[in-house]
Design a protein around this ligand. Sequence first.
Ligand SMILES: [Zn+2]
Length: 380
Amino acid sequence: MMETKRLYDEDSYIKEFDATVISSEKEGKYFKTVLDKTAFFPEAGGQPCDNGTINGLEVKDVQIKDGIIYHFLEKGLENGQKINGVINFERRFSFMQNHSGEHIVSGVINSLYGFQNVGFHLNEEVATLDFDGILDRNDLDKIENVANRKIWENNKVIAYYPTKEELKNLKFRQKKEIDGNIRIVNILNTDICACCAPHVKNTGEIGLIKLLSFEKMRGGTRIYMKCGNLALADYQNKLLNITEIQNLLSSKAEDTAKAVNLLYEKLNEQKQKNINLNKRLMEFMVGNASADENLFLVSDFEMKDLQMFSDMLYKKHKATKTVLSKKDNNTYLFAICGEDTDAKKVFLKLKENLDVNGGGRNGMLSGIINADYKEIKGVI
Ligand SMILES: [Zn+2]
């Protein structure tokens, strides 16, 4: 079979095209359909395939093998049938913005640091770029500034197939050895790289390059990036969030981090006050506790407070004390404090008779009981 003519190679802005069906064969769930020419970009080079329709049928997948492009459709088409294809161009244009943005960033990093791009992934949310060298946030800021300047210069982007002779004298970035004809994407004044994907015509169309975050990866760096429409959507979303935070804190947008820090300080002060109040409450309760009582019930105590309370009771009365904190009608936190063997005895009695999870040592045992209060009291 002849290689499919790639309309997107010559013009990445084709949104609609006419073509002829070469073959349409059922394979699994779908009909694997080959056309004489297509504007659908297949899944390749870390980029998902285009979405859209062929004769109104949704294109489920587009794959390329040995230069032949396969469109996966829910219905079969007749050989020789004329078809009309429509690309979901909004999605495609986002891919073009982000893929061209990737070339700029990779070119800038290559010229500033000498690192190679060793991986690229793009989807509807974000682009990830992998480099074989270590970069930090300061580097990213510098790269981002230079890359955006390349957008403002509105440089031409030229994609073409050079002759073997031209290729010999051309210096370009290449991710791996490519068989067959090498397609070159030349972003003037910026970067030259071998690539099969559709690109914007002028760098100004990318709009914005934003490097969001990075992480170390196998001795190199992975960068998360959004360009064009993705960067704008990200800004809109962040503005919405920051405005809400700003209103909640009654602060200026540029002071939100400071205001949240202040809030945390206040929260910690409040926590300390609560701890002190709890301690005083426990001292009061211990003062009022009868020496004969071995089981106490409180509510809303955290485990740490429960342990402290049982310890205070034991120290006052020199007898093993069990304290329960109610979580709900059939769930209680417990802490048993006493002389080691005594405390263990109480714990084992509970464990033999009820559904108990927990343990401990040195006269302090704690955990959770799944039973109601009457049942627990019956055992103790
Ligand atoms: Zn590329």
